[in-house]
Design a protein around this ligand. Sequence first.
Ligand SMILES: [Zn+2]
Ligand SMILES: [Zn+2]
Length: 129
Amino acid sequence: MEKRNTKQKEKIIKILSRKENHIHPTINEIINLVSKEDKTIGQATIYRQINNLVQDNILKKIPTKDGFHYDIKTDLHSHFICQKCNRLIDLYDSNYQKIINELQNKYSLNIIEANIILYGICEECNDKV
Ligand SMILES: [Zn+2]
Ligand SMILES: [Zn+2]
């Protein structure tokens, strides 16, 4: 049982790690992606495995206005969500850690997790106006 569990977990990680799947999928999108490749992994198992992966910090759960999205990239970055095309874009910037450190010191906090989400209109949608 344990062995099977590990195998399913590895399979899900493999599927989500593919470049074309770096779309910050929702749980329903993950179920579609996994079922397309492996029909033997049931929905309940996928739910359970995804929760385990989040707990193990392999997968990051991003709470957005429209529900949860999942991110295989757990390094520090923020997200931009286009309110026209609903695209979720990764924003990397070396200043995040600096800002977090400054806030920690300023307010005497121990910041464990950061979820920075910015909403607006993306470049492509802006050009269409
Ligand atoms: Zn857009
Ligand atoms: Zn991301």
